[in-house]
Design a binder for this molecule. Structure first.
Ligand SMILES: Cc1cc2nc3c(=O)[nH]c(=O)nc-3n(C[C@H](O)[C@H](O)[C@H](O)COP(=O)(O)OP(=O)(O)OC[C@H]3O[C@@H](n4cnc5c(N)ncnc54)[C@H](O)[C@@H]3O)c2cc1C
Length: 387
């Protein structure tokens, strides 16, 4: 028996779940959310312990303003569900040798100052006093940085959507056809007839795109969780901020007894069907080297967990949030280029607005699905790669 619905969302990572949550909050539409591996699966990009939240976006006022709005929505969700999802910690951008990273940090500071968002500079001795875990000649501080509990956030969006009647199914979509209405077919032999379709399949998006639409490149990213060699409590978010170094970023121990470190410069294009899901020893050593320079107590720490996740990179790292140019009932949300999680409640809302034919609350022209309408490729480091 075909399933009849108003909205079918394909892809149950954080963006699909946040969209289902938003549509179910804003309307009484019937919604079906499909994921080929089930929600919170090990292959998606959304199911890790934690993710960075930050206002700091270099000189990019647009993303900074989106982050401000997103923070408001995270707080609203926390209040509504009585769940802690975003743990305040601040973001410390440590000055190093890489000129792109230093430029990003400095322009973030200038933008946050211009928008009166409370940025701060620490010189070496001040840094040592305020955050003795770190060493650098200088550092910029974004007080609104924090740690998002990622897997918990995904689960919260999904359970709130489920509570409002969204049907969540483990199904692998193999075909979408327009037969006077959208027909979505799955590998399990299920047909879903929908008035609207939302495609939020992250690194698998290319399989859903026609020629002329913006593609994305899935890249393999490697995460290492290190337990400090002494005094783990000094690395909790209450005393340790999120941090950026030349080529790495780190998150304090939240949701796990280890500090997450990852290389933010890694470009390793892969096929999501065959990507190797284990971490290379070389990456662990590089994380240790970065710690030796900037966070010495982590350098010899025990590896408590590792993980591989895929970014879905567009050419200029800008998202795709748009309707299909030839079919207004198909809405795309992908290309979150390794920095989308912090915006999940806002992206869910924007995709919901497109589905419900409401004027979007942010100007989406920058996020066009049409190649010809997008900005040229960015120079390295402009948005802060990933995270
Ligand atoms: C290592 C890493 C670190 C990151 N760090 C940060 C950070 O610190 N801060 C930040 O803001 N962002 C960060 N990001 C980015 C953020 O996590 C992603 O932008 C976000 O999780 C993407 O969510 P999504 O729902 O678009 O995709 P996904 O979570 O990948 O979900 C897509 C889903 O689609 C399903 N699917 C695929 N094909 C089909 C099909 N044919 N039928 C049905 N289902 C299908 C998959 O099973 C999957 O569950 C990071 C990403 C990675 C990989």
């Amino acid at each position: 028996m075909p399933i009849e619905t108003d909205v079918c969302i394909v892809g149950g990572g954080v963006m699909g779940a946040a969209t289902a949550y938003s549509i179910s909050r804003m309307s009484d539409r019937k919604i079906v959310l499909l994921d080929r591996y089930g929600l919170g699966n090990e292959y998606c990009s959304s199911n890790d312990v934690n993710r960075v939240f930050r206002f700091a976006y270099g000189g990019d006022q647009f993303y900074t303003e989106m982050a401000v709005e997103s923070l408001r929505l995270w707080k609203e969700l926390e209040k509504e569900t009585s769940q802690e999802l975003l743990i305040p910690a601040g973001l410390l951008m440590l000055e190093g040798d890489d000129e792109h990273a230093n430029r990003f940090n400095e322009s973030s500071f200038r933008m946050l100052t211009k928008l009166e968002l409370g940025a701060h500079i620490y010189n070496g001795p001040e840094l040592k006093k305020r955050f003795p875990q770190f060493q650098a000649g200088r550092a910029f501080f974004d007080p609104h940085g924090g740690v998002l509990l990622a897997a918990k956030s995904l689960e919260t969006f999904a359970s709130e959507a489920g509570r409002r009647g969204v049907k969540i199914l483990e199904k692998h979509v193999t075909k979408v056809q327009d037969k006077s209405g959208l027909e979505i077919e799955t590998a399990e032999g299920q047909t879903i007839r929908a008035k609207k379709l939302v495609v939020t399949v992250g690194p698998w998006s290319n399989g859903f795109l026609k020629d002329g639409l913006t593609g994305m490149t899935p890249t393999r990213q490697q995460l290492v969780y290190l337990k400090p060699s002494r005094d783990l409590e000094r690395f909790r978010p209450s005393s340790c901020p999120v941090f950026f170094t030349d080529y790495h970023y780190g998150l304090p121990a939240a949701g796990i007894n280890g500090v997450k470190i990852s290389n933010k410069e890694l470009i390793d294009p892969v096929d999501p069907e065959t990507a190797r899901r284990s971490v290379d020893q070389e990456q662990i050593e590089q994380c240790r080297d970065a710690c030796r320079k900037f966070v010495p107590d982590l350098a010899e720490g025990e590896v408590v967990q590792t993980k591989v996740c895929l970014y879905d990179m567009t050419e200029n790292s800008d998202f795709v949030i748009d309707r299909d140019p030839d079919h207004r009932d198909i809405v795309y949300g992908y290309g979150f280029s390794g920095h989308g999680f912090k915006f999940a409640p806002l992206i869910g809302k924007l995709l919901a607005e497109l589905v419900l034919d409401i004027d979007p609350s942010f100007d989406l022209s920058r996020f066009s699905v049409q190649k010809s309408r997008r900005k040229p490729q960015l120079t390295s480091g402009q948005l802060g790669k990933g995270e």
